[in-house]
Ligand binder design. Structure first.
Ligand code: ZN
Length: 157
């Protein structure tokens, strides 16, 4: 009887150990993959090109940092009659001093890391919303709404 109990508990502890190890490895792998797929340069944030002809600019605070938006057309006004106007977002910038923020990897727990936005000028850091930010369309949509409201306000006033 006793040898059986010992054998079973041995097997269970080995399984638990293997399970934990596997979990740790998978966590490590997923954090590595995230780093590789991320855009590190905050200024190539928008997939679009900065417009040459700008009608309206706006500033937006989102995820506790500042974003600049431009609404306009890609080419200079001589050629842009048939172009579609669009919203272009660049940033983020430090809300404290408006310096461009970089992305830094900081350790979190033993093998995990997380990202923060860091300001070179004042050394403040802001949490980087890995999951919520996605490809940045959430910022673009928010900026688009703000610029739309601003344009409407300008037209009526
Ligand atoms: Zn700053």
């Amino acid at each position: 009887m006793l040898p059986t109990v010992i054998a079973i508990s041995l097997v269970v502890s080995v399984l638990v150990y293997l399970g934990l190890f596997g979990f740790a490895v998978s966590q490590y792998r997923s954090s590595r993959q995230q780093q590789q797929t991320e855009t590190v340069d905050p200024h190539s944030f928008s997939a679009k090109d900065q417009p040459e002809t700008v009608y309206t600019t706006a500033e937006l605070e989102y995820f506790d940092v500042l974003w600049q938006g431009e609404y306009g057309k890609w080419r200079s006004s001589d050629y842009s009659a048939n172009d579609t106007a669009y919203t272009y977002v660049h940033g983020p910038y430090c809300p404290h001093d408006k310096h461009a923020l970089g992305i830094q990897t900081v350790p979190k727990w033993v093998i995990l890391t997380e990202h923060v936005w860091v300001c070179d000028a004042c050394d403040r850091t802001y949490p980087y919303p890995d999951e919520e930010l996605g490809d940045g369309t959430i910022i673009e949509r928010a900026m688009h709404r703000r610029i739309k409201r601003k344009r409407q306000a300008n037209q009526s006033g």
